[in-house]
Design a protein around this ligand. Sequence first.
Ligand code: NAP
Length: 198
Amino acid sequence: MVGARVYLACRDVQKGEFVAKEIQTMTGNQQVLVRKLDLSDTKSIRAFAKGFLAEEKHLHILINNAGVMMCPYSKTADGFEMHIGVNHLGHFLLTHLLLEKLKESAPSRIVNVSSLAHLLGRIHFHNLQGEKFYNAGLAYCHSKLANILFTQELARRLKGGPGGNKCGDMSQREAGRSQRSGNCFQSPSPGEDLFLWL
Ligand SMILES: NC(=O)c1ccc[n+]([C@@H]2O[C@H](COP(=O)([O-])OP(=O)(O)OC[C@H]3O[C@@H](n4cnc5c(N)ncnc54)[C@H](OP(=O)(O)O)[C@@H]3O)[C@@H](O)[C@H]2O)c1
């Protein structure tokens, strides 16, 4: 993404500013901007999207990476179970709000970061908010399955649109890197290559 204007959408702006400075120093790209985005609050998501759309004419790449993993039972500001709320519904709403801009900016890409953990996921419509039964590990798996289903359905709907559709199923790549490393959990560094094949 050399020369691109990059937005770091973070719930903790101070931490984001620190990372933005690091990126600026390492890459020489000064166009790294930080904006507030809390994916556990639809008001924050709408405010971020509104601000971004007012600021920018184009959006070429949206990377839906942020996520929570195996947290104790809690709910988002809008009453969704935290894993499904942040990992899926937050990204779903953000993507929806930015979709027209992405289409206008074609060629463009949406990258949804899932996990091999999706293989253990199930969409329990009768217990979507984990109120009847809750297991933190499984809640993460369910939300990562939702990422895959969302990606596949969005790819299907965007097929043949402006710029064509090159959405891929990231689960295959994730499986590949997990096999290489021998486990599912990695530091951010080897994971970076996920985003660089755009
Ligand atoms: N690490 C792995 O081995 C692995 C394997 C497969 C898939 N993944 C996927 O890779 C992605 C990144 O994982 P990671 O391991 O890098 O996790 P991480 O180090 O815990 O980073 C997650 C990021 O998400 C942000 N975040 C959490 N809740 C948020 C919210 N409500 N609003 C905005 N940002 C929020 C966090 O912000 P703060 O800095 O403020 O906490 C943090 O920057 C996730 O989607 C995960 O499911 C990771």
